[in-house]
Design a protein around this ligand. Sequence first.
Ligand code: AMP
Length: 496
Amino acid sequence: MTFQALGLIDPLLRTLNALGYHKPTPVQKQAIPAVLAGRDVMAAAQTGTGKTAGFALPILQRLTMDGLTGPQRIRALVLVPTRELAEQVYESFRNYGGNLPLRSAVAYGGVDIAPQIAKLRKGLDVLVATPGRLIDLHDQGAINFELLQTLVLDEADRMLDLGFERDLDILLEALPKQRQTLLFSATFSDEVRKLARGIVKDPVSIQVEAANTAVKSVKQWLVTTDKRRKPELFLHLLNKLAWSQALVFVKTRKGVEALVKTLHEHGVTADSIHGDKTQPARLRALERFKRKEVRLLIATDVAARGLDIEALPQVVNFDLPSVAEDYIHRIGRTGRAGMEGEAVSLVCADEVDMLKAIETLTRQPIPRYVEAGFEADHRVPETSSNATPRKVPTAKRPSGAPQIAKAPAAAKTAARPAGGSESLGVWTPPEKVSKQAGRDDNAAAKPRGRSFNTSGGSAPKGAIVVTSGRGTKSQARSDGRAAAKPGARKSKPGSR
Ligand code: AMP
């Protein structure tokens, strides 16, 4: 099957050729003819499957073949949940539409609205936007939907997770009822189906992976340990397995920054992406990582979507996410477009319920490993019948994976008797530390992990600990609503 056989026009075929896309992915095979035929689409497709081109290519073609835009008008609208995804989808439209006479732009919150208003003045063919900022633009009279012919809801499940339901209601009310609607979602929960019922008409259903199964090309495994030993275990594995580059997910923003600090202390280059960072700072961190100027990119779930990093071999879940679906999105950052990838999770006892939820969602147990010297005092209960742990094997050190110069300081004081440890790199088996029976894992008495104060560590009394879910939601809100006019919308405060 070729792109030509799907009915794409010459300028698009030339672009695809230049990009090195030789044949359509399964989602593209199904979506491109359906969208070209003007049909509505409901597609269960994860990131990494090529879904963006699946909708962008036929939309660009239809826009080219028919009609023109007008002042403040847009002809195609792509709604996405996060700024990162907005940038990325916009970039895809620009790339794919490089040989076409079409105008596109991106709009999200947290940045000046004036340039976005200016772009809209002459009208656009394609606008990629987050819901909140789009409502602001609409409230300010900067955009008119009367020429809108195609609406895409990308990552619809994520939009609902992030609390955009009310925003979507407001927008759907404002959009013309006669239109083509394409709904893409990694997972199809009851909420997504409910949303879909009201907006897609007689859709072509596309399912490229069995629903809720993790991307098959990603090899997944986990290592159990105690919560507060995660930083030293992470450094140890980084060294032992010689990860040349990895995207590392941590649950909280505070945890992200603490891990970055620890890594810097050990001479490992790392940058961070989370909701407290400005958009330019996030993009800068991503670019540095893409250019391989830093070895590790540490992120909260706000970054789990929309990051497309070519040939990223490794994802590490330093913490499991708070929502099982996010696991699928996180690991979908690797193994993209048919390449091999690996996702490793560090799991402690209090994450066992999330582990169970993830294994239920993906319908597969995650193979379990232990690392000598890092066994959990607080056993992580078994979640599946094949939970007999194996030892983490040693990797061949590829070029570009430097050995960590300094031993993790805490490992020396912290680790338990290694007992014939196959420990590697520079980690030295410690002197025997007596174990106190029944000690709480979070108790402060043993000075383990002193220099590894990350999210696993206990917060100072009275400190506000930001959780991932909350941070993500509030981030999503500020993404879209930084410039909202008070009282401009009908929804209840706090409900969106
Ligand atoms: P997506 O699932 O849309 O985020 O796309 C995942 C990655 O696959 C992106 O890096 C695309 O550039 C790439 N890609 C999309 N379609 C193709 C194709 N037909 N052949 C090769 N790479 C592709």
